[in-house]
Write a protein that binds this ligand. Structure first.
Ligand SMILES: *Cc1c(COP(=O)(O)O)cnc(C)c1O
Length: 386
C-alpha cells in the first residue's frame, strides 16, 4: 500500500490508464482539427469526435446530436442556466433551484438575480433531499427553469429526479440537472428521468480534466437555449471553439468503461463504504452520518465527529486525502453550505469529513483510513477533555 491514500474522488478522479491509452494518438499522429473539412487530418479528428459523442450519449440514453461538448460541468451549468434564462426572457424571469447545489449552479443564480431574475433556493429535509412537492409549489407562471442536481458532491445524496421530471414535464418547464457526480456511477436515463438539460464532466469519472458535456434535449419538447460565447459555430452554435479532440476521445472512452463497469464498481464501493463506516462507528461514539444512507451514491461517506476541532482533525489525517466540511474559498473557512442546509451547527460542520471512494481504492486502504480516523479522533478528544 502506498501513502498518501487518495480518498477524495468527488473532487476529481485519477485518469484510468485505459483512457490515457485511447487519448495518446490524438496528441501526436492524429492531431487534426475536427472542423477541417478539406483533408484527412480533419476527417480523422472528426471521426474520433463522432465516435466519442456516441459513447457519451450512450451512457445517458441520449442521441449523439443531443451532446454539446464543453470544458466541464461548470461551463455546462453556466450554458444551461444562463442560456435558458436569456432565451426565455420574454416568457418569464423565475428560476427554481435548491440550497445544496454546487457553486457552479448557485453562482449562476446569483448572477441572474443581479440581472433582475428571481431565484428560489428550495430548502432540503434533514436527510438532504428536496421534496418534489416543494418544487411543484415553487412554480409560478413566470418560471422558466428548474435546476436540481442528481447527486450531491458533498453528501452523495440522490435527489428524486424522475419525480421532479414528471412535475416539470406536466408544467412544460425545462428541467436542468447537474449530474457531475451521478453519470458513470449510477444508471442515468434522460428520457426516463424527464431531463431536458444535463451537465456532466469527464474528470469525475476517470476521464481527463477540462472536458465535459451538456445534454440538450432535441426530441419532443426541447429547451430553447442562447449560446454564451460567439465564435465559429461549433457544436450547433451552442459552444464555439476548436474541439478538444484528445479530451473528447478520453471522455468517450471513460463513458464506455463506466457503461461496462459501473454496476460492478458500485457494488464493490458500497461494500468498501460499509466497511469504512462500520469500523469507524463501532470504535467511536459521537459520530453521525450526514445525508440519507438509502438514497446515496455508493462511493460517498460523510461523517461528523462531535467534540473535535475540525482543523486539528484534518491535520491529524496527514497521509489521507479527504475533504472537510469547511469551504476554504476565503481566508476564514466557512462551514459547508450543504451541511448548514441540513441543519447541522457550524462547529459540527467544521468537524466533518467527506470520504470519496473510487475505482482504485482497496480494502487495505479502507482499513488504514478507518484505523487512522479512530486513532486521531480518540487522541483529540482526550486532549480536549482531560
Ligand atoms: C465537480 C462538479 C462540478 C464542476 O465540474 P468541472 O468539470 O470541474 O467544472 C459541478 N457540479 C458538481 C456537482 C460537481 O461535483
Amino acid at each position: 500500500m502506498k501513502l498518501p491514500i487518495y480518498m477524495d474522488n468527488h473532487a476529481t478522479t485519477k485518469l484510468d490508464p485505459r483512457v490515457l491509452e485511447a487519448m495518446l494518438p490524438y496528441f501526436t499522429e492524429t492531431f487534426g482539427n475536427a472542423a477541417s473539412r478539406n483533408h484527412v487530418f480533419g476527417w480523422q479528428a472528426e471521426e474520433a469526435v463522432a465516435a466519442a459523442r456516441q459513447q457519451v450519449a450512450g451512457l445517458i440514453a441520449a442521441s449523439p446530436r443531443e451532446i454539446v461538448f464543453t470544458s466541464g460541468a461548470t461551463e455546462s451549468d453556466n450554458l444551461a442556466i444562463k442560456g435558458v434564462a436569456e432565451a426565455s426572457a420574454e416568457r418569464g424571469d423565475h428560476i427554481v433551484t435548491c440550497a445544496t447545489e454546487h457553486k457552479a449552479v448557485l453562482d449562476c443564480g446569483k448572477r441572474l438575480e443581479k440581472r433582475g431574475c428571481r431565484v428560489s433556493y428550495l430548502p432540503v429535509q434533514p436527510d438532504g433531499l428536496v421534496r418534489p412537492e416543494a418544487v411543484r409549489r415553487a412554480l409560478t407562471a413566470k418560471t422558466v427553469l428548474v435546476s436540481i442536481m442528481y447527486a450531491n458532491n458533498e453528501i452523495g445524496t440522490l435527489q428524486p429526479i424522475s419525480e421532479i421530471g414528471r412535475i416539470t414535464r406536466e408544467h412544460k418547464i425545462p428541467f436542468h440537472v447537474d449530474a457531475a457526480q451521478a453519470v458513470g456511477k449510477i444508471p442515468v436515463d434522460v428520457d426516463g428521468d424527464g431531463i431536458d438539460l444535463m451537465s456532466f464532466t469527464a474528470h469525475k469519472m476517470y476521464g481527463p480534466k477540462g472536458v465535459g458535456a451538456l445534454y440538450v434535449r432535441r426530441r419532443g419538447e426541447r429547451a430553447r437555449l442562447s449560446a454564451q460565447m460567439d465564435g465559429g459555430g461549433h457544436e450547433r452554435g451552442l459552444r464555439p471553439g476548436t474541439l478538444n479532440v484528445p479530451g473528447i476521445v478520453g471522455f468517450g472512452k471513460a463513458c464506455a468503461l463506466c457503461a461496462e463497469e459501473m454496476e460492478a464498481d458500485a457494488k464493490r464501493l458500497a461494500a468498501l463504504r460499509g466497511r469504512l463506516m462500520g469500523s469507524i462507528m463501532q470504535a467511536l461514539d459521537g459520530v453521525s452520518l450526514n445525508g440519507s444512507l438509502e438514497r446515496r451514491l455508493a462511493n460517498n461517506l460523510n461523517l461528523s465527529f462531535a467534540g473535535v476541532d475540525g482543523e486539528s482533525l484534518l491535520l491529524g489525517l496527514d497521509d489521507i486525502a479527504v475533504s472537510s466540511g469547511s469551504a476554504c474559498t476565503t481566508d476564514t473557512p466557512e462551514p459547508s453550505h450543504v451541511l448548514r442546509a441540513l441543519g447541522i451547527k457550524s462547529e459540527l460542520a467544521h468537524a466533518s469529513i467527506r470520504f470519496g471512494l473510487g475505482r482504485f481504492n482497496t480494502t487495505e486502504e479502507v482499513d488504514y483510513v478507518s484505523a487512522k480516523v479512530v486513532d486521531v479522533v480518540n487522541r483529540l478528544r482526550k486532549f480536549a477533555s482531560p
